[in-house]
Write a protein that binds this ligand. Structure first.
Ligand code: SF4
Length: 180
C-alpha cells in the first residue's frame, strides 16, 4: 500500500513531545487543504474541470472532493466558461452570497477576458463584476493548468493574514466593485 502523504507542517518550533506555531499558520493550513469549491461552469472549460475531477487527475487529492452548489457552503468560486453580460449579475450574486473568507479562480480565456468572443453580449472578463485571485489562461486550459491555479490559490490561502478581510485595502477592493 502506498504511503499516505501528509501536508507539510507550517514553520514553528519543535522539541521532544511538542510543536509550537502561530495560530494563523494552522488556520491557513487547514483552510488551504479543505477548500470547498463552487463550480460556476457555463461552457467548454467546464468539461475540462470535469476531467480534473475525474479519477485520472483526482482533485480530491487536494482535500476538495466535496463540490458545493450552494454559495453559503463554499469558499472557492471557480468560474469556467463564457459569461454573458446578462449572467454577470447572477455571478455577482453568487459571489456576494459566499461567506468570508472566499477566493475566486478564473479558469480559461473566456472567464479571464472574454476569450475569442469579443462581442456585444459577452462579459470581457469576470473581473469586471467580481474580484479575482488567480487567473488560469488557455482555451481550454488543460487539467494540469487548472490544478496549477488551485495550488496557487492554496498558496494564497496559506499565506493570507487573518486580518486581511478587515483591512482597509480589502474594504477598498470591495468598494471598487460596489460590494458592501
Ligand atoms: S476559453 Fe475556450 S474552451 Fe474555455 S469556455 Fe471559452 S471557448 Fe470554451
Amino acid at each position: 500500500m502506498e504511503e499516505i502523504k501528509l501536508a507539510p507542517k507550517p514553520q514553528g518550533y519543535e522539541g521532544e513531545g511538542f510543536f509550537a506555531t502561530k495560530l494563523s499558520e494552522v488556520i491557513g493550513l487547514a483552510r488551504a487543504n479543505s477548500l470547498w469549491p463552487l463550480p460556476f461552469a457555463t461552457s467548454c472549460c467546464g468539461i475540462e474541470f470535469m476531467a480534473t475531477m475525474g479519477s485520472n487527475y483526482d482533485l480530491a487529492r487536494f482535500g476538495m472532493e466535496r463540490m458545493s452548489f450552494s454559495p453559503r457552503q463554499a469558499d472557492l468560486l471557480m468560474v469556467m466558461g463564457t459569461i454573458a453580460k446578462k449572467m454577470g449579475p447572477i455571478l455577482r450574486q453568487v459571489y456576494e452570497q459566499m461567506a468570508e473568507p472566499k477566493w475566486v479562480l478564473s479558469v480559461g480565456a473566456c472567464a479571464c477576458s472574454g476569450g475569442i468572443f469579443d462581442s456585444y453580449s459577452v462579459l470581457q472578463g469576470i473581473d469586471k463584476v467580481i474580484p479575482v485571485d488567480v487567473y488560469v489562461p488557455g482555451c481550454p486550459p488543460r487539467p494540469e493548468q487548472i490544478m496549477d491555479g488551485i495550488i496557487k490559490i492554496q498558496d494564497l490561502v496559506k499565506e493570507e493574514s487573518l486580518r486581511r478581510r478587515y483591512s482597509e485595502e480589502y474594504k477598498h477592493l470591495l468598494e471598487s466593485y460596489n460590494i458592501s
